[in-house]
Unconditional design. Structure first.
Length: 549
């Protein structure tokens, strides 16, 4: 048991080391695998070889699918690639590399303990994890040697040989509980190398481990939106179908494979690999059909059914900070959708003097505040974990953007709704056509900035950040012109209602504040890219030269 625990902990150390050191690059690569199924397949394969966890890849992919960044079909291709990727890691670890474990552990401890640099510490954690994994395999092998002499163990495995379905179920449960098909397969290989297991039972265990490895991502996304649940469901269906197709031929396969003199560990790892390659060859051409099937099994949610509370803040994802950050992003995006709907409703209510809609919109701010409070609590707990430099920066960026959205919600629910109620009282004094046109001319740019800011927040794209900041300067000119037009009207028409004038200026001010909160997401992106000049200059100069061209 100690060796198994050390193996699982070593896997965790490797995964954390990779995600902390290169998490942003992994996320970018995964998010870019949208163009075709083959690119998605090989991206999933590569990411899983790095993370050494198909479950982590599956959870990342499910998060992207839930955000609408990646559709179900390429997401399924990513998971097929992930299944193959984890078999390559198993192939590598079947070599006897235990002699390297003391060296890797010593180097890892030294780099992790005595280095101040974030990435160097992460690489040290990675080396330490690999060393622990190699050491654990040696310990498991030593502990399992006496099993060959145990009559009880032989009876148990003999009974499983007579019931291969039970063997598949047992291995699936073990892989599910371990949250790792890789660790389970390595354990199976180690046991089989001591000749405790018959080849047929060993192959059945490998099939079960493949099913069990697909269960944790499926269970973890049960509370998520349908689009996030489809890829793990499709991957589970792939594996179950593959096992059902192979299981009747398992005895024949075991007999046929005996002719290959490549050693038991290599034979089992090869069976594991070719099984997943065969799954990819069979199901990759059928990926669109599987996507349609999962769409029918998990139809789109009702628009309001998943809006009332956060659903993706899974604390178990803290052990993989990259996944936890994506979970927080998803909730902030949902919060942004709520705030955007509040903004739309506010202008409808302002135009139509719809007091009931205004009151309903004010209540929606409670939903936005709930999202904000839960995301803040989640990120606070996540920040107590060991985060890499880039992960810490992203954590702060998510929190900052959520705070800006919360401020926008307050502006809408307090100030703008108050303007609507005041407008009802002074509605006998009609706004001039010019004033209405000025408000409308500012409403549309802010609405566009809403959508663009959410995209910039998700992607970190420099081009879109430049576009968002350029829109801010365009808006500033429109806002100044609207204020000047209104003040000129006051000078020309001394009978213009003062309450209506104050309302007009308040709405213009609120729109300016909202737009400033939205565009603030662009500044750190452009600053990191070296495309943001100093803002300590006159306003007119800053408007034209703040972005480097």
């Amino acid at each position: 048991m100690g060796g198994v625990a050390l193996l699982l902990w070593g896997l965790r150390m490797v995964r954390i080391g990779i995600t902390d050191a290169w998490g942003t690059e992994v996320r970018t690569a995964l998010g870019a695998s949208l163009s075709n199924r083959f690119k998605a397949f090989f991206t999933g394969l590569g990411v899983t070889v790095l993370l050494q966890s198909s479950s982590a890849t599956a959870l990342l992919t499910a998060s992207f699918s839930g955000q609408g960044i990646i559709t179900t079909a390429p997401a399924l291709a990513v998971l097929l690639g992930a299944d193959v990727g984890t078999t390559l890691v198993a192939q590598i670890l079947t070599f006897d590399l235990s002699a390297l474990s003391p060296f890797l552990i010593a180097i890892g401890v030294a780099m992790f303990t005595y280095s101040d640099a974030g990435r160097t510490r992460d690489i040290g954690r990675l080396a330490l994890g690999i060393g622990m994994m190699l050491l654990s395999l040696k310990l498991i092998l030593a502990a399992s040697l006496p099993m060959r002499e145990s009559e009880v163990i032989q009876e148990i495995f003999a009974s499983l040989g007579n019931d291969l379905v039970l063997a598949v179920i047992v291995a699936a449960i073990v892989a599910w509980l371990a949250h790792s098909s890789l660790a389970t397969v390595l354990l199976i290989i180690t046991l089989a190398s001591t000749e405790v297991l018959e080849p047929t039972v060993t192959f059945a265990f490998v099939l079960g481990a493949n099913i069990g490895g697909a269960i944790p991502p499926f269970v973890a996304t049960l509370g998520a939106v349908s689009s996030a649940r489809r890829p793990p469901l499709g991957n589970l269906i792939f594996r179950v179908c593959g096992v059902l197709l192979v299981l009747p031929w398992l005895t024949s396969l075991a007999s046929w494979s005996a002719q290959f003199d490549i050693g038991t560990p290599r034979l089992i790892a090869s069976f594991h690999m070719f099984f997943n390659i065969a799954l990819a060859c069979v199901f990759l051409p059928m990926i669109n059909r599987m996507a349609s099937l999962t769409q029918r099994l998990l139809p789109d949610d009702e628009e309001e059914s998943h809006e009332l509370k956060p659903m993706h803040l899974d604390k178990s994802a803290f052990e993989t900070p990259l996944v936890a950050l994506v979970n927080a992003e998803r909730e902030v995006l949902r919060m942004g959708e709520v705030v955007e709907r509040m903004f739309r409703n506010t202008f409808i209510a302002l135009k139509k003097n719809d007091i009931e809609l205004a009151k309903k919109t004010r209540k929606m701010d409670q939903v936005a505040n709930l999202f904000y409070d839960e995301v803040k609590l989640y990120l606070t707990k996540l920040s107590r974990e060991t985060l890499g430099e880039k992960e810490s920066e992203r954590c702060n960026e998510i929190m900052t953007f959520a705070t800006n959205l919360e401020h926008i919600g307050d502006i809408i629910s307090v100030d703008m709704i108050d303007s609507i109620l005041r407008k009802k009282l002074v509605d006998r004094h009609k706004m001039s056509l010019q004033d209405r046109e000025d408000i409308n001319s500012l409403y549309q740019p802010v609405l566009l900035s809403f959508n663009l800011s959410l995209s910039v927040f998700t992607s970190g794209d420099i081009g879109m950040a430049r576009q968002l900041l350029a829109k801010k300067y365009q808006f500033r000119k429109l806002e100044k012109a609207a204020v000047v037009n209104h003040l000129n009207k006051l000078r020309e028409d001394v009978t213009y209602n003062s309450q209506l004038s104050a309302l007009q200026l308040d709405v213009l001010r609120d729109l300016k504040r909202i737009n400033s909160h939205l565009t603030s997401v662009a500044y750190p992106i452009l600053e990191a890219a070296g495309q943001l000049r100093s803002r300590l200059r006159t306003t007119d100069t800053a408007e034209t030269t703040e972005i480097k061209t």
